[in-house]
Write a protein that binds this ligand. Sequence first.
Ligand code: HAM
Length: 417
Amino acid sequence: MVNIPKGTKDVLPYDSYKWHAVYKVIDKLAKRYNLKEIMTPTFEHTELFVRGVGDSSDIVNKEMYTFLDKGERSITLKPEGTAGVARSFIENGLFNNAMPLKTYYKTPCFRYEKPQAGRLREHHQFGVEMFGSDNPESDIEIFMLLNDFFNEFGISPTFSINYLGCKECNTVYKDKLRGYVKPYLKNMCPDCNNRYEKNVLRVLDCKSRECQSMLVDAPKLSDNLCTSCAEKFDKIKQTMQDLGLKFRIDTNLVRGLDYYTGVVFEILNIDKTSGQTALGGGGRYNNLVEDLGGKSTPVVGFGLGIERFILYLESIGYVFPEENNVDVYVASATDNMSFILNLAKLMRNAGLGVETDLMARGLKAQFKYADKLSCRFVVIVGEDEMNAGEVTVKDMKASTQERIKECQLVQYILERL
Ligand code: HAM
């Protein structure tokens, strides 16, 4: 037998209702926030991610599924959703639309990571990218949307936030940080040495305890913002407070992707056994569209891991709404297949969920199966009923049984459901 590849998961037929519950909330929020769905290919030219996500990121350095296709082009399975959406924005002239353009997506993402609970090689993200506004209102709208998303599951999230600043304050800060880090470099991990060269900010984000201990007294981003960035960050924090959006400031939060420029954030799940994992994260990235060859466009967005979110919901005992698709089971005690299937057709056309016997079971076994399906009605059709143009309907909830005209069946069930 060929097994499933490491780091991937099947969503089994009896588990998919959990995904549907999450997707339903996403669609509900899309309506409330006027988000338009965007779907981009599962693979792109490798260069898009190298230029977009950045060559100092672990994603580009270590985790991409990259291969040459039969035409010798370097292709990469998307490790995240943002770069593809930004490419599409430029390529399809979406900037000609009235701004802001608020897009959302549900997409598989591929990262060659060391698999563990909540860390997969194929995962799925719900993402939002909001193009066109550099105003804090759009940052706040992203926080409100995510807050509403969590609220729909009875959770009140806390955002870990930080502010990366514009090119000017970033340049000054990076110089300061480089100056601080340099004497420690020989004792820091190879990744940090690489980050020092390519994007020193990412040193702050190193998971190694040793490196972290050397960074305790490092200059803080929030103390080094220019007046305009500091004002914007203050406005965001004040508005979050006014709106009851819970947050804490994490001065080391820089995120693992290179494109961020302004506010950045994560929603963390702090678990006693598995430690800290991010359920979602994002921020503002005002240079990406231009860096990819488009007209300078401010954007803010986020991505949330569906698998991680479902694992989290399970861990807090969230009860997912059950899906019961079967309203009626038609139990057949006749060889007249056309009569049975026509009955099923009439009921299905009226929007009812209907099952009939596809296994040539005896009547008793059919009742047992109908019981397993926990359907509300069982319609029994024997030769006797058929000859009289009638059916017997058992209402499993009301524990009643009636013989009615076949032509009344749909109405009878709809009235009682
Ligand atoms: P990210 O933080 O790399 O951001 O991923 C977003 C979320 O995807 C994470 O918080 C996590 O829940 C989930 N995730 C990431 N990697 C894995 C994995 N290996 N297994 C399971 N879940 C995972 C981005 O990807 C950005 N594109 C987000 C963004 C959109 N920023 C602005 N717009």
